[in-house]
Design a protein around this ligand. Structure first.
Ligand code: DGL
Length: 275
């Protein structure tokens, strides 16, 4: 690789169905504050978790193509549901490195003392082959409780990360986790990262919650370096963000999340140019 290639400042594209992937962008900004990030929230098609794998794959391919057309040198599929449906397709279709997400079942299976772990995920991820493969490869000797959290990502997408509606969905899951003596909980949806505090308060001490935003941020750095892109140093830059369902509604959600104390990255929301 040439010195010019090695020093090129590059933009990383990130996609999700909505605000969930911002938990990954926040981790990327903590690790690489000066890295330019372009974010697309496919809010017009939210939630991915209730769609067929084919629908989600088609959207993920379209948004991945769009990010690459815009000049992104690496794409992060910051959505477990989209990764489950389309990661291999994206890698087969595009030349740029693609970083995906999967529920952190492997570390959960390694760290459990009780031998009982849980994955909280959307229906799409819970039913997907990727999770079944993870289970077989890394957690065959553990009891893995997969809990599809119907409606939970919808609350986060509405800016609700605490309060009675969130607690009522989490409470049903917590009863199941306790009944199975689960001591490691793998968050299998990027939206759920914003519910860590609420869930942790309900689970109490002795149960660890694992999410993958930080490891994914490390993987982004590794991949950039492996492909010869310098990770820029210097002033922090805000992620440039669009939502397919319109900037206004997305801004309103962000305002609600901020007011509720969510750890959001620095963002500049721009009006959607139709895809
Ligand atoms: N953020 C997505 C994930 O990580 C799911 C939200 C949705 O259902 O669209 O799976």
């Amino acid at each position: 690789m040439s010195a010019t290639e090695a020093s090129a400042v590059t933009t990383v594209g990130v996609l999700d169905s909505g605000v969930g992937g911002l938990s990954v962008v926040a981790a990327m900004q903590r690790a690489m504050p000066a890295l330019p990030v372009r974010y697309i929230a496919d809010t017009a098609r939210f939630p991915y978790g209730d769609r067929t794998a084919e629908e989600v794959a088609a959207r993920t391919l379209a948004l991945g193509a769009r990010l690459i057309d815009e000049g992104c040198a690496l794409v992060v599929v910051a959505c477990n549901t989209a990764s489950s449906a389309a990661l291999e397709l994206l890698r087969g279709r595009f030349d740029v490195p693609i970083v995906g997400m999967e529920p952190p079942l492997k570390p959960a299976a390694e760290r459990t003392r009780s031998g009982h772990v849980a994955v909280l995920a959307t229906a799409g991820t819970a039913d997907g082959e990727r999770l079944a493969r993870l289970h077989a490869s890394f957690a065959g000797d553990r009891e893995v409780l997969t809990v599809p959290m119907s409606g939970l990502a919808d609350l986060v997408e509405a800016g609700e990360i605490a309060g009675p509606r969130v607690e009522s969905i989490l409470a049903a899951a917590v009863i199941e986790l306790r009944a199975h003596e689960v001591d490691e909980v793998a968050l299998g949806c990027t939206h759920y990262a914003f519910l860590r505090d609420a869930l942790s308060a309900m689970l109490g001490p002795g149960v660890e919650i694992i999410d993958t935003a930080e490891p994914v941020a490390r993987r982004v750095r590794q991949q950039l370096e492996a492909y010869g892109f310098a990770v820029p140093e210097g002033e922090a830059v805000a992620a440039r963000c669009t939502a397919t369902g319109g900037a206004g509604a997305f801004e309103a959600t962000l305002d609600r999340l901020r007011a509720a104390g969510a750890d959001l990255p620095a963002l500049e929301v721009v009006e959607e140019v139709p895809a």
